[in-house]
Design a protein around this ligand. Structure first.
Ligand code: NAP
Length: 247
């Protein structure tokens, strides 16, 4: 039995991870930003899979929301064992020269500031020296961090590069606190993020060029997430795992 929190746990990769955690009988905090119906639907799926679920609204780019989200999940289930730093956004294809300030601010506010605030809060709750139990943090990066995404979204790629660096540094910082920190770099995965960024066919188009010849599924990424949360990966920390079909 584990208590975990997943940011952006309502849809896509986060939802798939929530349901797989539910199959293990874990208690899952499902954070979302705006789509309440999707969050409740995922909560029902987690319960149907034999887990417990609580739905928590909050924008990870807002510090007060982040603190309230961690408070809410601990109030519902007790001290945390695992945290999935998953919520993230992308924007339409563009060259950097054409990206307006508002776009850049939102990408970095959510993907870097938000994820870093969430990681900080997870450490505050899990660190043994602060009364926590230790635990596992799984950061969701992207293969864009090493491919760079030229003429597509170098802003997003750079934001995910920051997640890789955060993972490396934080794993060294909090290992002595009993906290493992790892990252997953998904390749192109079939979720709604592509349509949200104005590219509904992206997964199919880019996926065809992967060595495995297809886009991945949210479930395939979720398998790796749940393994990194679980005790089966107890000596894995500071790792960055590509789940990208060889891309
Ligand atoms: P998705 O299907 O678009 O789902 C995004 C989730 O994040 C939703 O639950 C959404 O909640 C939530 N969210 C968005 N902004 C938020 C905010 N500011 N605060 C809290 N929650 C927020 O995305 P996905 O494809 O599953 O992506 C999940 C992660 O994987 C992201 O970090 C993404 O960068 C990364 N990734 C995805 C792919 C891919 O091809 N799909 C590839 C590499 C990496 P609402 O529904 O309420 O908005």
């Amino acid at each position: 039995m584990k208590n975990i929190l997943i940011t952006g746990g309502s849809r896509g990769i986060g939802r798939a991870a929530a349901i797989q955690a539910g199959r293990r009988g874990w208690s899952v905090g499902i954070n979302y930003a705006g789509n309440e119906a999707a969050a409740h639907d995922t909560a029902k799926a987690v319960q149907a899979a034999s887990g417990k679920a609580v739905v928590i609204k909050g924008d990870i780019a807002r510090e007060a929301d982040v603190i309230a989200m961690f408070d809410a999940v601990e109030k519902a289930f007790g001290k945390l064992d695992g945290f999935v730093n998953n919520a993230g956004i992308a924007a339409p294809n563009a060259a950097l020269a054409d990206m307006p300030l508002e776009r850049l601010k939102r990408i970095f506010d959510v993907n870097v500031l938000g994820a870093t605030l969430c990681a900080r809060e997870a450490v505050r709750r899990m660190a043994k020296s602060r009364g926590g139990k230790g635990g596992s943090i799984v950061n969701i990066s992207s293969v864009a961090a090493r491919l760079g995404a030229p003429n597509t979204f170098v802003d997003y790629a750079a934001s995910k590069g920051a997640i890789d660096s955060l993972t490396i540094g934080l794993s060294k910082e909090v290992g002595p606190e009993g906290i493992r920190v790892n990252a997953i770099r998904p390749g192109v995965i079939e979720t709604e993020i592509h349509a949200s960024a104005g590219m509904p066919d992206r997964a199919r188009q880019i996926g065809a060029g992967a060595p495995l010849g297809r886009a991945g599924t949210a479930e395939e990424v979720a398998e790796a997430i749940v393994w990194l949360l679980d005790d089966a990966s107890s000596y894995v920390s500071g790792a960055i795992l590509d789940v990208s079909g060889g891309r």
